[in-house]
Design a protein around this ligand. Structure first.
Ligand code: AMP
Length: 221
């Protein structure tokens, strides 16, 4: 490992599936480069106060600088305050809310298989199935080094596999409103432990007439 000085101390804090990871924030080539995957921890992301597990996921995506919405949103969400963010599509909003919410929930991470230890702690509502799947993929990507279970539910497909998966325990649930209400009706989802609520593309959900559904959902949180 070529890292030295501050980089070396950061390395010690990276969780240790990291056996083959060589950290080199300066971007200098490592003598072990041939045998090791090299990732560069972004100082800009680091200065936002993100956990090493998240910095590692971000580095693996090749992100070097947070986008403006990420720079503004991440510290606010980390501090636990409510936030309303607006930015064009493709400006990194998803990571802007996903990274800090993963950090807020990281203390609850557990590899236990007991469903009781994995209640829904974060609910992310999206207007469409396509967006739900996209957000779910982002949660998996950014949360890959944190033992929190994400899942996605949407309509137009058989509900039974979704019920079975919910019963196993899910911490971060991405959902479209209609299917979520169906699952709640079948007592397959309990939202009493939700601490974080995200309305992704809230303006579009309002345009699409989801207000009554969203109100019904929020009333159970
Ligand atoms: P979004 O606006 O959340 O749909 O993100 C748009 C695209 O930007 C996605 O492909 C992300 O992988 C990518 N992205 C998000 N944050 C960053 C970043 N800080 N640097 C480079 N790419 C990013």
């Amino acid at each position: 490992v070529s890292a030295s000085g501050p980089t070396a101390s950061r390395k010690a804090r990276i969780p240790n599936e990291a056996r083959f990871i060589c950290l080199n924030r300066s971007g200098r080539p490592s003598p072990f480069q041939a045998d090791h995957q090299e990732i560069t921890i972004s100082q800009a992301f680091e200065s936002l106060g993100l956990l090493p597990e998240l910095l590692r996921a971000v580095a693996e995506q090749g992100y070097t600088e947070p986008t403006p919405i990420q720079t503004q949103a991440i510290p606010v969400v980390l501090s636990g305050r409510d936030l309303l963010g607006a930015a064009q599509t493709g400006t990194g909003k998803t990571a802007g809310f996903t990274l800090p919410l993963l950090q807020r929930l990281a203390p609850f991470a557990s590899k236990s298989f007991s469903p009781a230890l994995h209640p829904v702690r974060c609910l992310i509502l999206t207007p469409t199935r396509e967006l739900a799947i996209q957000v779910y993929e982002s949660v998996k990507t950014y949360g890959k080094h944190i033992a929190l279970k994400p899942f996605v539910v949407y309509g137009g497909v058989n509900i039974n596999p979704q019920i079975a998966e919910m019963r196993k325990g899910v911490e971060i649930l991405v959902a479209t409103p209609g299917r979520l209400l169906d699952l709640m009706g079948q007592k397959a989802v309990d939202l009493r432990h939700v601490q974080i609520l995200v309305l992704d593309e809230a303006d579009r959900m309002l345009d699409m007439g989801f207000i009554p559904d969203i109100k019904r959902i929020i009333n159970t949180i």
